[in-house]
Ligand binder design. Structure first.
Ligand code: DQA
Length: 145
């Protein structure tokens, strides 16, 4: 079983970017945490980050037939990207939307996610743990379907 983790814009700055909201854990720390848990679960992990919307679309398109599920922190594109929504719809894979922060408790423009309606579910507000919860959700979806 293989799970693709995709991270959108500015998540490369985790650790120093608004630590009061996103915590002090870096994206590399999170990747290590995910990989460690994945060993126990016998899951192969592909973990990527980009600031480029088109690259995220390409990665989602390219994942068809190569992974069992996608765990996606689309960051700011969550709130703006019809292209990401359409790519998720087209790829016909289970996609789990995750966020470090609770987007529903923040500014009103973050309450709306353009991708939620085409994802299997959303995990938000648990900091770095959102990634581990996303991994568990991906494993459960894949093994129970
Ligand atoms: C985020 C929430 C988004 O609103 C924001 O633009 C991000 C990170 C999160 O993980 O909490 O960059 O996706």
């Amino acid at each position: 079983m293989k799970v693709l983790f995709l991270n959108g814009p500015n998540l490369n700055l985790l650790g120093t970017r608004q630590p009061e909201i996103y915590g002090k854990t870096t994206l590399l720390d999170i990747e290590r945490m995910v990989r460690q848990r994945a060993v126990d679960l016998k899951v192969e992990i592909d973990f990527r980050q980009t600031n480029d919307e088109g690259e995220l679309v390409d990665w989602i398109q390219g994942s068809k037939g190569t992974v069992n599920a996608i765990v996606l922190n689309a960051a700011a594109y969550t709130h703006t990207s019809v292209a990401l929504r359409d790519a998720i719809t087209a790829v016909e894979l289970p996609v789990i939307e995750i966020h470090l922060s609770n987007i529903h408790a923040r500014e009103p423009f973050r309450h709306r996610s353009l991708i939620s309606g085409v994802c299997r579910g959303q995990i938000a507000g648990f900091g770095a743990q959102s990634y581990l919860l996303g991994l568990l959700a991906a494993v459960n979806l894949t093994t129970s379907s």
